[in-house]
Design a protein around this ligand. Structure first.
Ligand code: ADP
Ligand code: ADP
Length: 228
């Protein structure tokens, strides 16, 4: 589902953000990426989301070789990827419903279908009652859940989340991570970057550890082994 083969990313500044990175993630796996600030977590997710392009190696996501995706094909390739951000990036002048509907509008989904899918996504994150609300009236945990509903509404095979609990207290963080774990159970591949190693450890999932752009550990607890 996701395969990095000796991937490198050097920014125009000359900074090597990722060096010789190789790993594979199966469909339906939930994996954390951790490491100190500047270790390359954001860059790794940005390569998958086609926000940045690799400068070396091969990167395959959803069976597509990302190095071969041309500029004109980026929007299409991104439809297979749901993105969640730390600051959730909601449109504050639109309702919760409209925010979640956005990816479907972009994809040209039929009107009746949009209503159904948006409500299904809001139901999954426990916010069905808030569809007409303005995001500003929601708590930060609820706002983040709207961001997650928006990421899953088009049923992408891959979800990437960059520090999705960075602004939340420990209990809300655990709730949000629990949501991601549920998506993993229905076959969605979930990749979450977090510097919160304690939180990540507690969930008992596979953890990729980056240090100065290099993969220094690929930790799989027993329960996270394939076939269990
Ligand atoms: P993390 O998410 O783990 O904090 P990043 O992927 O954001 O790490 O950054 C990895 C390294 O790449 C850091 O040294 C950072 O300063 C650098 N970096 C990130 N984005 C850019 C950019 N657009 N241009 C130049 N250097 C960058
Ligand atoms: P994120 O971790 O989400 O990338 P940051 O605050 O690290 O957020 O970076 C904000 C923006 O600045 C991003 O677009 C990132 O790529 C860029 N950036 C980060 N580090 C550097 C750097 N050393 N030089 C240039 N741009 C950078």
């Amino acid at each position: 589902m996701i395969r990095f083969e000796q991937v490198g990313k050097r920014y125009a500044s000359g900074q090597d953000a990722l060096v010789d990175l190789s790993f594979e993630i199966d469909a339906g796996e939930m994996v954390f990426v951790t490491g100190h600030s500047g270790a390359g977590k954001s860059t790794l997710l940005k390569l998958i989301g086609l926000v940045e392009r690799p400068t070396r190696g091969q990167l395959v996501v959803n069976h597509a070789d990302l190095a071969r995706v041309r500029r004109g094909g980026i929007a299409h390739a991104r439809r297979g990827i749901g993105m969640v951000f730390q600051d959730h990036r909601l449109l504050m002048d639109r309702t919760v419903f409209d925010n979640v509907a956005l990816p479907l509008l972009i994809a040209g989904t039929a009107r009746e279908e949009i209503g159904k899918r948006v409500r299904a996504a809001l139901d999954k994150v426990g916010l069905l009652a808030k569809e007409k609300a303005a995001p500003a009236t929601l708590s930060s945990g609820e706002q983040q859940r709207v961001g997650i509903a928006r990421a899953i509404v088009a049923k992408p095979p891959v979800i990437i989340a960059d520090e999705p609990t960075g602004n939340l207290d420990p209990q809300l963080s655990a709730e949000i991570m629990g949501l991601f774990a549920e998506f993993g159970q229905v076959g969605t591949t979930v990749l979450v970057a977090s510097h919160d190693l304690m939180l990540v450890r507690r969930l008992g999932k596979r953890v990729l550890v980056l240090d100065h752009g290099r993969l220094i550990d690929d930790f799989r607890p027993e329960s996270a082994r394939p076939g269990r």
